[in-house]
Design a protein around this ligand. Structure first.
Ligand code: NDP
Ligand code: 2IT
Length: 446
């Protein structure tokens, strides 16, 4: 079975899961050479095996809203691969969640987690529950109800979920409470827990900070720094907020945030005070547009943030938020670096555009791996029941991001195709894939 025939099988069986097909093809397009160099990969059908999750658990979540009415949602956990460690990956609560979206996220997570150098397999889960417009009590009841089902299928050495879109510290705490209540075990079964009851310092900041640490390494390759560089950020959630904050710390000037309703531009740059205001405002589910009355700038309803002169773009909202046309706008506006905070924010066509135009492009599975990396550090802190300082964990995060950068660069130099610019996409795919593939060969066919 070749890589091509494995793709054909995925396309045939999962034609209704376009994001999953997109993620599979993106990885497949970069590993042909390393596959050919390692004949055992084909012999053991490694790629075909990795295209099919170990299992997909799918359940009903009943909960009661504030009016006493029963509501019904779907819940899933995709346990994709535990080749190199327990299944690990976030939970997403968003109305667009379906099995195909969670399979694309779980598939990406396998290679991302391998890149961290920590022993974690790949998984993802979530629900089509929409947290928008729900009261605190409704969110709590939903989280309890979700975990009432999910707890049967997870465990600290089996499958360790965390947050993603719509799931932050508050939701993780509610789910952990239900897990603890049902099982009587206080164990590291979820990461992103509150600090002081099992959580790790810097997990909240880790994805955004890690993204900018990765970017800093990309800049260093060209003897550059972030000082004085203009940065476009999309999203206004966890990843976007802390990416903007770290970019500011390193001397960058962030001029945009966005959300599902539009884009906020502040050409003076977002200061720490302004970022703090956004953190508080979004935590209360309020509109980004309110910023203009407070600090000035401009709110562009229904628009995306890729239309301004800048050096760096950090898409941190969701999948396929950067279209081919958006990518052309980035090229036109002088962007030289694109690093993905979100998972698969660039369409396949957008990736082609940025790579063809000599933009240094870091895929999410490398650039946003800081979040799951600190989750891995939370798991080990839970196991030994000792907690590390912010400074120590920040140092470890920086080291991990540098290692991911360097390993992706080296593999990109060996197997990549872009000319005059590091091929991080090929490098990250190859480096993550080879580790998992070697494990699968070692296991035989299980
Ligand atoms: P949050 O829920 O905190 O924030 C999501 C942000 O993205 C919000 O601003 C939201 O806008 C926007 N958004 C979500 N869906 C859409 C959509 N369909 N169209 C336009 N905007 C949208 O999530 P995170 O910040 O945690 O996650 C953002 C991205 O980063 C996701 O791709 C996630 O998978 C990825 N990621 C997250 C990690 C983590 O540790 N949290 C780790 C690695 C990757 P609005 O508020 O209007 O809904
Ligand atoms: O996409 C991701 O890497 C996450 N949402 C974080 C997963 C985790 O287990 O911390």
């Amino acid at each position: 079975m070749t890589i091509q025939s494995a793709i054909a099988k995925v396309e045939q069986n999962y034609a209704h899961q376009p994001e999953f097909i997109q993620a599979v093809k993106e990885v497949a397009s970069t590993i042909e050479k390393v596959y050919a160099d390692n004949p055992k990969f084909a012999e053991y059908k490694v790629f075909e095996r990795l295209c099919e999750p170990d299992r997909v658990i799918n359940f009903r979540v009943n909960w009661e809203d504030d009016k006493g009415e029963i509501q019904v949602n779907r819940g899933w956990r995709v346990q994709f691969s535990n080749a190199i460690g327990p299944y690990k990956g976030g939970l997403r609560f968003h109305p667009t969640v379906n099995e195909g979206v969670l399979k694309f996220l779980g598939f990406e997570q396998i290679f991302k987690n391998a890149l961290t150098g920590l022993p974690m397999g790949g998984g993802k889960g979530g629900s089509d529950f929409d947290p928008k417009g729900k009261s605190e009590a409704e969110i709590r009841r939903f989280c309890y109800a979700f975990m009432r089902e999910l707890h049967k299928n997870i465990g600290k050495d089996m499958d360790v979920p965390a947050g993603d879109i719509g799931v932050g510290g508050r939701e993780v705490n509610y789910m952990f409470a239900m897990y603890k209540n049902l099982t009587r075990e206080f164990e590291g079964v979820l990461t992103g827990k509150g600090v002081g009851h099992g959580g790790s310092l810097i997990r909240t900041e880790a994805t955004g900070y890690g993204l900018v640490y990765f970017l800093d390494n990309m800049l260093k390759v060209n003897n550059e720094t972030l000082v004085g560089k203009t940065v476009l950020v999309s999203g206004a959630g966890n990843v976007a907020q802390y990416a903007a904050e770290k970019a500011l710390h390193l001397g960058g000037k962030v001029i945009t945030f966005s959300d599902s309703k539009g884009t906020l531009v502040d050409k003076d740059g977002f200061t720490q005070e302004k970022i703090n205001w956004i953190k508080n405002h979004k935590a209360n589910n309020q509109s980004l547009a309110d910023y203009v009355a407070q600090f000035g700038g401009e709110w562009l309803a229904g628009q995306r943030p890729w239309q301004f002169d800048a050096d760096v773009a950090l898409p941190c909202a969701t999948q396929n938020e950067v279209s081919e046309e958006d990518a052309k706008a980035l090229v036109k506006h002088g962007v030289k670096y694109v690093a993905e905070g979100a998972n698969m924010p660039l369409t396949a066509e957008a990736i082609d555009v940025v790579r063809e135009h000599g933009i240094a492009y870091a895929p999410g599975k490398a650039a946003n791996a800081g979040g799951v990396a600190v989750s891995g550090l939370e798991m080990s802190q839970n196991s030994v029941r000792r907690y590390k300082s912010f400074e120590e964990l920040d140092g470890q995060l920086q080291t991990i991001m540098k290692n991911i950068h360097d390993n992706s660069k080296v593999a990109g130099e060996k197997y990549g195709t872009t000319k005059g610019v590091v091929d991080y996409m090929t490098g990250a795919n190859v480096a993550g894939f080879v580790q998992v593939a070697n494990a699968l060969v070692a296991y035989g066919y299980l």
